[in-house]
Design a protein around this ligand. Structure first.
Ligand SMILES: [Zn+2]
Length: 247
C-alpha cells in the first residue's frame, strides 16, 4: 500500500510539474506599460482631431535651450532665442540634436524657435488675441486650445542663422527656399517629417510651413512619409486602408 502511495505521489508530482511548465510556456509575458511605446508617436492632432485627454499627463518633456554662435546680435524680436527654456518630448529632443549636428556639418545653423505649448497656455493666447483682435481673427490665425500639434511635445519650429543673422520671420523663412530644401533633405534620417507641405492645405488644414517639423518615432516611418510626399493625414489614412482592405 505504501509503495502504491509513493508511485501515486511521484505521478502527481510529474503532472504538477508538467502543468506549470505548460502554463509558463503559454502564458504571455506581462506587459509593462510605460516602458516602450508610452505614447503614440503617430498621434494625429489637427483642426478636426483633438489632443488625447490624458496626453499631457503622460508625455515626458525635457528642458532645452539654444546655444547661439558667438557674435550674433540680438534684438527685442529674437532675444527669446537665447533666454527661453523650450520643452520638448525626450526622443524628439534627442532626434533634434542629431538633426542640428547634421545641419551644422553642412554649415547650416538651426535653432529651436517654438516647441511644446500647453493647452492652458493656448487658452491664454486665445484670450489675449480675442481681446486685442476679436474672435474672428482668432478663428483664422490662432489654433483652438486642444487642437494644436504643438501640444504633443513632438513638434519643433525652427529658425535659422544665415550670414550671421537670425531669420525667424515666417515670410523671410519661406523665401529661403534653397536653405530650407537642404534642411528638409535631412529630416527623415532623424525621424522627422515636414508637417505642412506646400499645396497640401486641404489635407493638413494649414498653409506651407517650412519650419514646422514633426517627430514620428522612427526614420523608417519618416522616410516612407517623406519619400512619397505624403502628409501625416494621408499616411494614416493609407495605413488604415492597408489594415482593413474591405473598408
Ligand atoms: Zn509650428
Amino acid at each position: 500500500m505504501k509503495h502504491t502511495n509513493n508511485r501515486l505521489l511521484s505521478l502527481l508530482l510529474v503532472i504538477v510539474c508538467l502543468c506549470s511548465f505548460l502554463t509558463a510556456c503559454t502564458e504571455k509575458p506581462q506587459e509593462t506599460p510605460g516602458e516602450e511605446a508610452k505614447y503614440d508617436y503617430l498621434v494625429l492632432v489637427n483642426k478636426q482631431n483633438k489632443l488625447p485627454d490624458d496626453w499631457e499627463s503622460v508625455v515626458v518633456l525635457e528642458d532645452a535651450q539654444n546655444t547661439l554662435p558667438e557674435g550674433i546680435e540680438l534684438n527685442e524680436n529674437n532675444d527669446y532665442l537665447a533666454t527661453d527654456v523650450f520643452k520638448v518630448e525626450t526622443k524628439t529632443l534627442e532626434a533634434f540634436r542629431a538633426l542640428q549636428e547634421d545641419c551644422a556639418n553642412d554649415g547650416i545653423t538651426i535653432l529651436l524657435d517654438s516647441t511644446y505649448r500647453s493647452v492652458a497656455r493656448q487658452e491664454e493666447l486665445w484670450a489675449e488675441f480675442a481681446e486685442k483682435y476679436g474672435e474672428d481673427y482668432c478663428k483664422q490665425y490662432v489654433a483652438v486650445p486642444g487642437y494644436s500639434e504643438h501640444h504633443t511635445g513632438l513638434v519643433i519650429d525652427i529658425c535659422v542663422i544665415k550670414d550671421g543673422k537670425i531669420i525667424n520671420d515666417n515670410d523671410e523663412m519661406i523665401a529661403e527656399r534653397d536653405l530650407f530644401a537642404k534642411i528638409h533633405e535631412k529630416l527623415a534620417d532623424h525621424g522627422f517629417i515636414l508637417r505642412y507641405l506646400e499645396g497640401k492645405d486641404d489635407s493638413t488644414g494649414y498653409a506651407y510651413e517650412p519650419w514646422h517639423f514633426r517627430f514620428v518615432g522612427s526614420p523608417e516611418i519618416a522616410k516612407e512619409i517623406m519619400d512619397k510626399g505624403l502628409t501625416l493625414e494621408e499616411y494614416l489614412t493609407l495605413s488604415t486602408q492597408a489594415q482593413n482592405p474591405n473598408k
